[in-house]
Design a protein around this ligand. Structure first.
Ligand SMILES: CCCCCCCCCCCCC/C=C/[C@@H](O)[C@H](COP(=O)(O)O)NC(=O)CCCCCCCCCCCCCCC
Ligand SMILES: Nc1ncnc2c1ncn2[C@@H]1O[C@H](COP(=O)(O)OP(=O)(O)O)[C@@H](O)[C@H]1O
Ligand SMILES: [Ca+2]
Length: 479
């Protein structure tokens, strides 16, 4: 596999062509090949031909807008960009305008209002999932405003963004990068941008009482992941390790939350969250925009959500109870911590999200469930876990009444946690958790979520299947 990037033409032979080659574990790297030619005219002809071939590739970006978060992850964003990415972009003749952000939401607000987007073929962010989320919010909001679409209406069909987004991983979890490329490596991601890859991706909109709150493209998590995030935000100084610390603490705290989840199952698609197949580069299911009807699939009736013993209105299912975690994974959410992710069979661009409900259970069982995220065992194959592939869902916490109670609730929560802090032996559980929305905390517990199929595009191609010889070298181990 040889892909010429950029022919260098010194005044005399030899000539060097840079190309992309695949390395292990989804990594790509840049190599050079040097051609020698004694005949000047022939050499010129080679260079000319390669130039023409490259110019004909219209999918390759020529002008990029780059935002760097200097405080993401281990605070290496600027250094990673300058040392590993900028030289590659220069080598591929890509011009860039680089903005190092000065505060949170700098990139989002700049994209929303100021940036002259017509000048660019794409936007690149250097940072973590939070930085990517800023870019998504900026681009999606701007696109809706320019097209007269009201984001506050939960039923509104959103207009897809035309600019592609590149992610140079320099964050703490790097889940979006890992789940769309297969590895969080800055050079690999830069090379996917340079060759002009394109991967559509779903985005969820989150509303509360007909008010737009946020977009989410990876994880929406209430209970466990909400509590982990809320605790970890106070420990940013620990860097990426804060998630392990807060994860352990939240695991020991073992709070459960009561409420009702209603959801609209995606019944018209091929594929379920329990499939063994994975969303990979050129995914057949995503190519059909999630509109694929499973004509003669006898499996469907077996695997469709069983809502017969539950309230069932207008095709919506309802589950009430006490939950340790309510998670919606719009993609696998694979990350170095869990290489198969929260929902290993989720699709990047099928217009659905996998709703995972973990009911109250013992600490031991919850630990078994968590550990299965790191092994080959099925984390959904447990009596207290259920999973549904859905197009929309709503969550209403128990005792939730209306907005005017929110302030009361917030004050009450503070008072409550104060009391609990003052009485550490107290085993009572707070009534509400918060939502972890791609790593940002949402202020509301009651939310309504809808999936927007293929609203954005990334400079990736999805995870490529590993070559056969690698599978043989690393046979899957059963536990
Ligand atoms: C015992 C081992 C359990 C491993 C379970 C791992 C499941 C991990 C799934 C992670 C999904 C992550 C989805 C992505 C979220 C990000 O958007 C978001 C923001 O990322 P950013 O800071 O880079 O901007 N990241 C997060 O919200 C972080 C979630 C991390 C959760 C880590 C949980 C660790 C749990 C450790 C439990 C330990 C129990 C040990 C008991 C003896
Ligand atoms: N210059 C900045 N100073 C402080 N915070 C920033 C800056 N730029 C971006 N942020 C915010 O930092 C948070 C974390 O960014 P992210 O790049 O996701 O790193 P991490 O993966 O470590 O969380 C995001 O909420 C983002 O909005
Ligand atoms: Ca999806």
């Amino acid at each position: 596999f040889v892909k010429p990037l950029y022919p260098v033409t010194p005044s005399r032979p030899p000539s060097t062509v840079s190309y992309v080659e695949r390395a292990r574990q989804h990594r790509w790297q840049c190599s050079d090949v040097t051609f020698h030619c004694s005949e000047g005219a022939l050499r010129q002809q080679w260079i000319q031909t390669i130039r023409e071939q490259l110019t004909a590739l219209t999918s390759r970006p020529k002008h990029l807008l780059v935002y760097i978060n200097p405080h993401g992850g281990k605070q290496q964003g600027e250094c990673i960009y300058e040392q590993k990415v900028a030289p590659l972009f220069a080598c591929a003749s890509i011009s860039t305008d680089v903005i190092v952000t000065e505060h949170a939401n700098h990139a989002r607000d700049h994209l929303k209002t100021e940036a002259e987007l017509k000048k660019y073929d794409g936007v690149v962010c250097v940072g973590g999932d939070g930085m990517f989320s800023e870019i998504v919010h900026g681009l999606v909001s701007r696109t809706q405003r320019e097209n007269g679409v009201d984001q506050n209406s939960p039923e509104e069909k959103l207009v897809p963004c035309s600019l592609r987004i590149g992610i140079i991983p320099a964050g703490s979890t790097d889940c979006i990068c890992y789940a769309t490329v297969g590895i969080n490596d800055p050079v690999t991601s830069a090379l996917h941008v340079i060759v002009g890859d394109s991967q559509p991706m779903d985005v969820c909109s989150v509303h509360h009482n007909n008010t737009f709150l946020r977009y989410s493209s990876s994880l929406l998590g209430y209970g466990f992941y909400g509590d982990v995030l809320a605790d970890s935000e106070r420990k940013r100084w620990m860097g990426p390790a804060r998630y392990n610390f807060s994860g352990f603490k939240t695991f020991l705290t073992h709070h459960h939350y009561e409420g009702a989840v209603s959801f609209l199952p995606a019944t018209d698609i091929l594929g379920t969250p329990r499939d063994k197949t994975r969303c990979r580069a050129g995914c057949f299911i995503c190519q059909h925009d999630g509109q694929l009807y499973s004509g003669d699939s006898p499996e469907e009736s077996k695997t469709a959500p069983d809502v017969s013993d539950r309230e069932y209105e207008m095709g919506w299912g309802v589950v009430r109870g006490k939950f340790l975690a309510i998670n919606a994974a719009s993609m696998s959410c694979a990350c170095p911590r869990s290489p198969k992710g929260l929902s290993p069979a989720a699709h990047l661009a099928d217009g659905t999200t996998d709703l995972i409900l973990v009911r109250k259970c013992s600490r031991f069982n919850f630990l078994r469930h968590l550990l299965r995220h790191t092994s080959k065992d099925d984390q959904f194959d447990m009596t207290f876990v259920e999973v549904h592939r859905v197009r929309r869902f709503r969550f209403t916490p128990r005792h939730w009444q209306n907005d005017s109670e929110l302030d009361l609730r917030e004050n009450g929560k503070q008072l409550f946690s104060q009391i609990c802090r003052d009485h550490p032996a107290c085993s009572c559980s707070p009534a509400y958790s918060s939502w972890n929305c791609d790593g940002e905390i949402l202020p509301h517990a009651a939310i309504e979520v809808g999936v927007h199929c293929q609203l954005i595009k990334l400079f990736t191609r999805g995870i490529e299947e590993q070559p056969l010889f690698e599978d043989l070298a690393n046979p899957p181990c059963a536990l």
